[in-house]
Design a protein around this ligand. Structure first.
Ligand SMILES: NC(=O)c1ccc[n+]([C@@H]2O[C@H](COP(=O)([O-])OP(=O)(O)OC[C@H]3O[C@@H](n4cnc5c(N)ncnc54)[C@H](OP(=O)(O)O)[C@@H]3O)[C@@H](O)[C@H]2O)c1
Length: 212
């Protein structure tokens, strides 16, 4: 199995790569903008995505744990702020699929990352909520059109302890973090299991809310 992990130097990406490296028969190609990774890519730039896939050659799974958004409260939020997440987390991940589908082996998979803020928002998180919601809807719609038995899912993580420790409880009163192992497990199931068109919501169920 040849797998590209984009965002491999981040909190989630690092934990995922460590777990995948323990599996037999995995060839992992790591990618980020600036890290010490096998491939260098800014997913906000389509030309760089194309270059990354040309360097990698055919792959079996593409997992993206990259993409950022602006954190700005509504009363100061500008159109340009919104484009931060649209260019990076939203179109960046979508372009990974639009460009990457021609490099995926038959039966391969895409796993994108959204996040709980689209269902259970926090102040300043509008750009994340928009991008996450777009990714969740994109995977559902794209799943019915992808050819060659290619699957696509999103993982929607809750806050993992590293992140939680950095920010504390003040932004999200009453919420508990979710274990990073559970999030890693969801990426694994998405990439190598059987389901397609799904959003794997990995939250601490007692404290985070699923919008009805
Ligand atoms: N951690 C959590 O608790 C949590 C919860 C919910 C959702 N999420 C979502 O999960 C994703 C990963 O979170 P994280 O906490 O692991 O983030 P992180 O620690 O900030 O890591 C982000 C990773 O992505 C890379 N990256 C960022 N922008 C990129 C771009 N435009 N092109 C290519 N690589 C890029 C970073 O490396 P470079 O900067 O070198 O490019 C880094 O490897 C994010 O979308 C986040 O919103 C995380």
């Amino acid at each position: 199995m040849k797998v590209i992990v984009i965002g491999a130097t981040g909190i989630l990406g690092k934990a995922l790569v460590n777990a995948l490296r323990k599996q037999n028969g995995m060839q992992i190609l790591t990618a980020s903008r600036t890290g010490n990774t096998d491939l260098t890519v800014d997913i906000a730039e389509a030309a760089q995505i194309r270059k990354m896939f040309n360097q990698a050659g055919p792959v079996d799974a593409v997992i993206c744990t990259a993409g950022s958004c602006a954190v700005v409260p509504l009363d100061r939020l500008s159109e340009d702020d919104l484009y931060t997440g649209i260019k990076s987390k939203m179109i960046g991940q979508i372009n990974l699929v639009l460009i990457g589908k021609d490099y995926l082996n038959e039966g391969g998979s895409f796993t994108l990352t959204s996040g709980f803020l689209s269902d259970d928002p926090m102040p300043g998180g509008i750009n994340y909520a928009m991008a996450n919601g777009a990714i969740d809807n994109f995977v559902l719609a794209a799943s019915i059109e992808l050819k060659n038995r290619i699957r696509i899912n999103a993982v929607s993580p809750g806050w993992v302890p590293d992140q939680y420790a950095g920010v504390g409880t003040s932004h999200l009163p009453g919420q508990l973090p979710v274990s990073i192992d559970s999030v890693v497990h969801a990426y694994y199931k998405s990439a190598f299991g059987f389901l397609t068109g799904q959003v794997f919501r990995v939250w601490e169920e007692s404290t985070q809310w699923v919008r009805k």
